[in-house]
Write a protein that binds this ligand. Structure first.
Ligand SMILES: Nc1ncnc2c1ncn2[C@@H]1O[C@H](COP(=O)(O)OP(=O)(O)OP(=O)(O)O)[C@@H](O)[C@H]1O
Ligand SMILES: [Mg+2]
Length: 464
C-alpha cells in the first residue's frame, strides 16, 4: 500500500514497518525520523531548506536480522525511489574507483519508472480508447473509422483480412465497426489474429535488486536493438497480445518524456533513498596490502556523493545533497569509527539491530503480513493441499532454527527459510498426489523430519 509520505507520522511509519518486521524498534524509529525530517524540511523557507542536510543512517547488525528488509519496506511504504548497492561492488578487481556515480543514475532510472507509471495512469483512459480504435482498424482492414459511401452485404468482412478479402466493405461500415467493437468489448475476439507493426523491443522488467546498473543494461539493449535493426517489423499476433503492445505504445506517446525526466529528477533528489550494503567491508581496520587501499579509495569515491554533488545522468543533472543514504553492515571485523572521518560525519545516526532468537523466530514465522508459514500454506493450497501448522510445531521450528544458528553460523531469520524448506520438502514433492488432503504439521512431524539433520552437526552445516 502506498500513501502520501506527508501523511505519515513517525509513529505511523513504525506501525507500518511493524507489519512486516519483528522487533528492531531502534532501527525502525531512526528511519521513521529520518523520513519525517524530510517532510519537515520541505516546509521550511527556501533559504533554510537548502541548509538542512539529511541525517544519514548506519545500521549495524549481524546478517539476516532485517537491515535490508527495513529499508526496502520503507521505500515501498512511501513510494520513494529506492536502490540498493553493495559497497564491495566497487572494490572488485578492475572496478577500483569505478563509477560510484552509477548508484545515483540507477536511482534516477528508478524514479523515472515510478513517475512514468504515475503519469501513464492519468492517460490510461485515453490510451485505451485509442487502442480500441487501432484494434478495430486492424480487425477491419480497409474499413476506416469514417464511413465511406460503399455498398456490400453486411457480415462478409473477415477480421483477419485474408487474401482476396479486399472486397468492398459492408454497407453501413460504421455499423460493422460498431458490431466488432461490441464483440471486442465482450472479449470474443481475443484469439483472432491481426498484423501489427512492432517498432521497438519491449523493455524487460528490471529488478531493482538485480545489482547491475540500469544504465549499462540500457546501453546493452540499445546495442542489441541496432544490431537487430531498429526498423519496424510486421508481426502476426493475437488481439490479446496486440492490445498490450499498442496500449504500451499509446501510453508512451501520450506521456511527455521531458516532463517525466523533470519530475523524476526532482523526486530522486528530494525523496530518493540509496541503501549501501556491506559498508563495513570497505571500512578497513588495518592496512593489509593493496585491498585496503582500494577500500579506502571506495570510501573517498562515495564521499562526494554522500556530501552532495551533481551527477550527470541521461535524464539530466541530479543534485545528491538531499538524498537519504542508509548504510548497513555487520561490523564484525571493523567498526564505524574505522571509516574515514569525513564519511563518519556524514552518517551521524547509528542504530543497532539485535540478533534474533527463538521468540523472534516464532513471531517472524506467523505474524508478518508476508509470514513464511502463510506463504507455504498458500503455495500448497494452490494444489488443493491444506497445511495445518500446530502451535507447538511452530515453536519447535523456532527452537531448531535458533539452535542451528547457535551451533553453526548465525544467519538470522534466513535460517527459517532453510529449515522450512527441509521440513516441507516431502509434502512439496508429493503435493500433486495429495490433493484434497489436510496435512497436520505437528511437533512430532517436525522432530521426525528434522531430528537427524539437527543432531548431526556436519550434516546441518550442509543442509540447513
Ligand atoms: N526482524 C525481522 N522480522 C521479520 N523478518 C525478518 C526479520 N529479520 C530478517 N527477516 C527476514 O529474513 C530475511 C533476511 O533479512 P534481511 O535481508 O533484512 O537481512 P540483512 O539484515 O539485510 O542481512 P545481511 O547483512 O546479510 O544483508 C528476509 O527474508 C527478511 O524478511
Ligand atoms: Mg542485507
Amino acid at each position: 500500500m502506498r500513501r502520501d509520505l506527508s501523511e505519515l507520522t513517525p509513529k505511523e511509519i513504525v506501525a507500518e514497518l511493524d507489519r512486516y518486521i519483528i522487533g528492531q524498534v531502534g532501527a525502525k524509529k531512526a528511519v521513521a525520523i529520518a523520513l519525517r525530517n524530510r517532510v519537515r524540511r520541505q516546509r521550511l523557507p527556501d533559504e533554510l531548506r537548502d541548509e538542512v542536510a539529511p541525517k544519514n543512517i548506519i545500521m549495524i547488525g549481524p546478517t539476516g536480522v532485517g537491515k535490508t528488509e527495513i529499508a526496502r519496506r520503507l521505500s515501498k511504504l512511501t513510494g520513494a525511489p529506492f536502490v540498493k548497492v553493495e559497497a564491495t561492488k566497487y572494490t572488485e578487481v578492475g572496478y577500483v574507483g569505478r563509477d560510484v556515480e552509477s548508484m545515483v543514475r540507477d536511482l534516477v532510472s528508478v524514479a523515472v519508472a515510478i513517475v512514468k507509471e504515475e503519469l501513464q495512469e492519468g492517460v490510461r483512459e485515453e490510451a485505451e480508447k485509442r487502442t480500441e480504435e487501432q484494434l478495430l482498424d486492424l480487425l477491419l482492414p480497409g474499413v476506416s473509422s469514417q464511413p465511406r459511401p460503399r455498398d456490400v452485404s453486411p457480415g462478409t468482412a473477415t477480421p483477419s483480412g485474408a487474401p482476396g478479402d479486399d472486397q468492398p466493405p459492408p454497407p453501413a461500415e460504421s455499423g460493422t465497426r460498431e458490431k466488432f467493437r461490441q464483440r471486442l468489448r465482450e472479449g470474443k475476439l481475443e484469439d483472432k489474429e491481426v498484423e501489427i507493426q512492432v517498432t521497438r523491443s519491449q523493455f524487460p522488467a528490471i529488478e531493482i535488486f538485480s545489482g547491475s546498473s540500469f544504465e549499462e543494461m540500457d546501453l546493452n539493449l540499445g546495442n542489441l536493438g541496432s544490431l537487430l535493426g531498429g526498423k519496424k517489423k510486421r508481426k502476426r499476433t493475437t488481439v490479446r497480445n496486440a492490445r498490450e503492445t499498442i496500449m504500451q505504445e499509446e501510453m508512451e506517446k501520450l506521456v511527455d518524456q521531458d516532463r517525466v525526466s523533470e519530475i523524476a529528477r526532482e523526486r530522486a533528489e528530494q525523496s530518493g533513498i540509496i541503501f549501501i550494503d556491506e559498508i563495513d567491508k570497505i571500512a578497513a581496520k588495518e592496512q593489509r596490502g593493496g585491498v585496503d587501499v582500494s577500500r579506502e579509495g571506495v570510501q573517498r569515491d562515495i564521499l562526494p556523493i554522500v556530501e552532495g554533488c551533481r551527477v550527470n545522468t541521461k535524464f539530466g543533472m541530479v543534485d545528491t545533497s538531499h538524498i537519504l543514504f542508509i548504510a548497513a553492515g555487520a561490523f564484525h571485523m571493523s567498526k564505524p569509527s574505522d571509516l574515514i572521518p569525513e564519511l563518519q560525519g556524514r552518517f551521524p545516526l547509528r542504530v543497532e539491530l539485535k540478533a534474533l532468537g527463538e521468540d523472534d523466530f516464532r513471531r517472524i514465522l506467523t505474524q508478518p503480513q508476508n509470514a513464511l508459514i502463510r506463504q507455504y500454506t498458500e503455495l500448497l493450497a494452490t494444489e488443493g493441499v491444506r497445511l495445518d501448522f500446530h502451535e507447538e510445531a511452530i515453536a519447535e521450528i523456532s527452537r531448531i532454527a535458533a539452535d542451528v544458528n547457535s551451533k553453526t553460523e548465525n544467519i538470522g531469520a534466513r535460517r527459517l527459510h532453510t529449515v522450512l524448506e527441509l521440513l516441507l520438502e516431502e509434502v512439496s514433492f508429493e503435493a500433486t498426489e495429495l490433493e484434497g488432503q489436510t496435512i497436520p504439521i505437528t511437533r512430532e512431524y517436525v522432530r521426525e523430519r528434522l531430528a537427524s539433520v539437527v543432531e548431526d552437526q556436519d550434516l546441518s552445516r550442509y543442509i540447513l
